[in-house]
Design a binder for this molecule. Sequence first.
Ligand SMILES: *Cc1c(COP(=O)(O)O)cnc(C)c1O
Length: 368
Amino acid sequence: MSRAYNFSPGPSTLPESVLHQVRDTLLEYGNAGASIVEISHRGPEFLDIAARAEADLRALLSIPDDYAVLFLPGGATTQQALLPLNFAAPGQRADYVLTGHWGQVATKQARPYVDLNIAASSEAGGYRSIPPASEWRLSADAAYVHVTASETIHGVEFRPAAPGGHPFPDTGDVPLFADFSSSIASEPIDVSRFGAIYAGAQKNLGPVGIGVVIVRRELLERAGQPRADIFDYRLQLAAESMLNTPPTWNWYVAGLTFRWMLDEGGVEVFARRNEAKAKALYAAVDASGGFYRNDVDPAVRSRMNVPFLLSDPALDDAFLARAHDAGLIGLKGHRVVGGMRASIYNAMPLQGVEALVAFMHDFQRRHG
Ligand SMILES: *Cc1c(COP(=O)(O)O)cnc(C)c1O
């Protein structure tokens, strides 16, 4: 079978050129005399990979110098647990804004360590919107405010730049922490608005197993919870994210993906492509006369993850089977919401979305 268009939410599709490079270096990396997965993280080859990955990510996201970048093992959930440990005093207040499943998961990770305040939530409405900032009940003494930039399962996204879209709130002196797992590098962002940005790599940055944390250096000086060295962001920074053996392979492939994004023209180019892809897909859903449906407030619909329901769920299995036959995979929705979901990250070309839209039309014609 040739490569299908892969709409999987994560692990997700990678650029084919990155996979070719990976294949070419799997047996022997440069003149190292060994595979990239076999050589030391302290050797010159890997130190060069690590330095280049950081430089490229800084260029890609326009990360200011007063922000540190960490490459840490584990996923976004790991960072959700480490953020309170590093930035809150024991039992200190921390504000969470819930706009979907991952915000809820973040509260589960933080609850043992902080006095957790749900400052706002759209749960009662089924996570189809973002509560207006005027309704957020923020605490003056919070260690931080946590938001999920893009809710990968519910398909809800803060859209600071979009007309009518939801901006990130101004949290004053309280730092804003944002889970950008599914939308990092999908459009330009103003990093200086955030105290910390984190993302698991497997959505938009590379393979699973490594996470990126971008954090204002000044915050690292704040006292946090008692913690083991290995959980301490300050010590990780001092050790250049190598307190212990880092996930070198994942770091390498993420670095290749950063380079690919820069070579393609950077986040401005991806912002335009992502807008076009999302527009085509939502248009197909909205024009289907109810055969397909997405109930998210159009102002905050995600550009990265497009969940949609078939009006007759009895057709779900047939939809997935026929899609697979048509070379379209990874479309099954998350069990929390059911239905379908098309994840259309940077590495998904417009042709993939066009193929999906054509398939959806055809499926409706046969079954509508
Ligand atoms: C996937 C995802 C997570 C969880 O990531 P893991 O790497 O599995 O821990 C958290 N937040 C968001 C927004 C996600 O998309």
